[in-house]
Design a protein around this ligand. Sequence first.
Ligand SMILES: [Zn+2]
Length: 96
Amino acid sequence: MQKKGELNPCPFCGGLDLIVHELIYPDDAEGAAVGALAAHWEVMCRYCGCKGPEGNPRREVAIELWNKRRKPGDIYRTRHAGLWEVTKTGKHKRLV
Ligand SMILES: [Zn+2]
């Protein structure tokens, strides 16, 4: 179960109605046994439907990445492609 205060509010709507869930799906990796299942964890906002980065093998990793998400208005620099801003809709727009 989710501990109180474990997750930052949704970066888009400020919502606190967040769930951490495990997605289970057929494992299609090369060499996987027939009928094998794979799983990953993600955080989702139940209010606006936005999700944290997918593909996390562990619950703690999904939570950590969610808490580090960039929010609208954040400006950041990438190593090779200049300066970017996160817009109100959550898109990443290149500034320079
Ligand atoms: Zn939200």
